[in-house]
Design a protein around this ligand. Structure first.
Ligand SMILES: CC(C)(COP(=O)(O)OP(=O)(O)OC[C@H]1O[C@@H](n2cnc3c(N)ncnc32)[C@H](O)[C@@H]1OP(=O)(O)O)[C@@H](O)C(=O)NCCC(=O)NCCS
Length: 173
């Protein structure tokens, strides 16, 4: 796989991958109903965030077929003065179960430490998102605990598990 910038022509695959039931359960799109128009708008927003240094959203693509979208990675909540950022990901249903999230997380986490001067990288997931927690732990993230009632989520409130990774803790790619 490779990590690359999103392109406007990725919209249909980006929508299809993220509209999947598991992504919608754990990585809420913040808009309901979620449509392909939101994905098209995301392309503009991604570029603004990248230029402002607030976030970096990239596609996980098939290295042999770069037009084939496998998932997404984001570095977000970049706080340059505190040297801190957060990282997140999703995989399309057709790309799961092959260790691609772990490999992508290690690559982007390593890049973030090397290029953004970050000294602490945070990762959060829902308490029952076992696959995501395993991806975090396999990459070297340390589970710090549960933030109770942390998020407004789908009309209710939800707990969140917090993980962190410090420079030197990333496991080898
Ligand atoms: C989280 C996600 C990226 C993981 O990718 P994946 O390719 O499915 O992960 P894998 O198949 O490599 O599984 C990772 C680990 O979780 C375990 N796992 C996967 N699904 C599981 C389940 N339902 N219950 C228990 N364990 C599970 C696997 O056995 C594996 O364990 P191991 O490290 O001990 O081998 C993917 O499930 C996804 O896109 N989910 C929806 C979006 C999402 O949750 N994003 C993260 C938000 S925090």
């Amino acid at each position: 796989m490779l990590l690359r910038a999103w392109q406007p022509e990725d919209a249909a695959q980006r929508y299809e991958g993220f509209a999947d039931e598991l992504c919608q359960r754990y990585s809420w799109s913040l808009v309901e109903p979620f449509t392909e128009a939101h994905i098209r708008a995301a392309y503009e927003r991604d570029e603004q965030d990248r230029l402002s240094g607030d976030a970096l959203n990239v596609a996980i693509a098939d290295a042999g077929k770069p037009g084939r979208v496998l998932g997404a990675m984001s570095v977000y909540d970049v706080n340059a003065s505190e040297q801190r950022a957060a990282i997140g990901y999703w995989l399309a249903p057709w790309a799961r179960g092959q260790g691609l999230a772990t490999r992508s997380l290690r690559l982007l986490a390593g890049w973030t430490f090397a290029h953004l001067g970050v000294q602490r990288l945070e990762l959060t997931c829902a308490p029952d998102n076992v696959a995501s927690a395993r991806v975090a732990e396999r990459s070297g993230f340390v589970r710090e605990g549960v933030m109770r009632s942390h998020l407004r989520f789908k009309g209710a409130r939800r707990d969140t598990v917090l993980f962190s990774l410090l420079p030197g803790e990333l496991t080898a790619v």
